[in-house]
Ligand binder design. Structure first.
Ligand code: URA
Length: 196
């Protein structure tokens, strides 16, 4: 991804009016991180803090994510963080199919430009969309989290590594341990220690 390509795509997302969510937003949230990026983390959609700031994972789930990354020696500067939807759904309701259809091409273009070797869908919603896109049989997030799936992206072979959404720690604290274990496995995969 050249700086120019990244800038053009970001500007398109920031001024997008493809779906109803654009009318209620303060800011679209394209995502941020290095380009290209070996690891791309994909959440569901911006929440209130993200909508206000224009930055991904700016709230409580973001603090959890920062700690998980730090636990495996990574910072936000080492990964690209984005979401399936770039604009906040009202009251954080679930994304609608037509909103996904409108917004998903932005994620596809980001992946093509970032050329990651690992995509980490965070949460059941993101996992379902991304596994479906790459034709990988999915399943419940409780069954597929922390497992590595080989897939073929237009730029080459990739690994899909679904995990729980970091916000799960707020709703279901016992799952924090699963998230921590999954991030340790992610580290091993990155270091080539753990077989896929
Ligand atoms: N949850 C998401 O999925 N994305 C964000 O940017 C923030 C919270």
């Amino acid at each position: 991804m050249t700086d120019e390509e990244a800038r053009v795509l970001n500007d398109e997302i920031l001024s997008c009016t493809r779906c109803r969510l654009s009318f209620g937003r303060s800011h679209a949230v394209p995502g941020e991180g290095p380009v290209p990026s070996r690891i791309v983390l994909v959440g569901e959609a911006p929440g209130e803090k993200e909508d206000r700031s224009g930055r991904p994972f700016a709230g409580r789930a973001g603090s959890v994510l920062n700690r998980l990354l730090a636990s495996i020696g990574l910072s936000r500067d080492d990964v690209f963080i984005t979401s399936i939807l770039k604009c906040r759904p009202p009251e954080n309701r679930d994304p609608k199919n037509d909103e996904i259809a409108s917004c998903k091409p932005y994620l596809d273009r980001q992946i093509a430009l970032l050329r990651p070797s690992i995509i980490v869908p965070m949460g059941r919603f993101s996992a379902a969309v991304i596994m479906g896109q790459f034709g990988v049989p999915g399943g419940r997030i409780s069954e597929i989290h922390g497992k590595a799936f080989r897939a073929e992206a237009p730029h080459g072979p990739i690994i899909l590594f679904p995990v729980y959404h970091p916000a799960v720690v707020t709703h279901n604290p016992p799952l924090r341990g699963d998230l921590e274990t999954d991030f340790r496995r992610l580290k091993e995969i990155l270091e080539g220690i753990s077989p896929v």
